[in-house]
Design a binder for this molecule. Sequence first.
Ligand SMILES: O=C(O)CCC(=O)C(=O)O
Length: 261
Amino acid sequence: MKTRASSARLPPEQIESYHANGYLILREVFGPIEISLLSLEAQTLTTRSDLIDTLNLRCRWQDHVTTGVCTFDCFDPVIDIGALCDVFARDERILTPLRALYDDEAHLFKDKLIFKMPGSKGYPLHQDYIGWKEFPESFITVILPIDPTDASNGATEVFPGYHQRGYLSARDGDYHELPLETIDESGGVMLDLRPGDLAFFSGFTPHRSAPNHSGRCRRQLYLSYNAGRDGGDQRDAHYRQFHAWLHEKYAQFGKTGAYFK
Ligand SMILES: O=C(O)CCC(=O)C(=O)O
């Protein structure tokens, strides 16, 4: 369901729609000046050569779809290096709808700034939930686009309704792609968003994104939350666990000297 946000409060139809489909779009929540400021911050962050390094656990990389060159893709986390990202992550225009979806308090759990540079390959079908006993089942991601997103630059595509089946992979603590047979590909919804819109989707909603075939970045804040009753504020604990997990993964691939800065 795609709806213009006339106020931060969600009408019951939108709450029902989110629970039925596993995603919800709110239009024009933030204004052009706010997004321009965020865009400037994102631009400044791309100059942080002191941080952008393949051994820094904060940075995620993607292969270029034609050249195969490893390309910087994402800061995870970002609110501690981007003051405005932090302000957006705690904005009531995001938290109020989340409280309505949760019928509870919402806590920031994870925060990423995905740049998806031209040529970046995108992400195969997966659910965000990871089978760690501490991982909150109430996980919801809010996408805040800085650039317009559509099929040409590899917008995120969600598959409605499947979140009701819960986690579809082994709860073995590893990240799993989903086989395409899990879903009906024709039912995918491309999150065609304008800067200032918001998209909410569940940690159990299968999603993917195609390569960015355009000549421009597809920058989006990916802000993830959990409900108060599902562990309260656990962002610091999450990142401690995530970094330990990444260290292990890097070691498995023979990559030593990883650090977090
Ligand atoms: O960038 C995208 O479109 C998808 C990113 C994603 O699925 C993730 O970070 O888990």
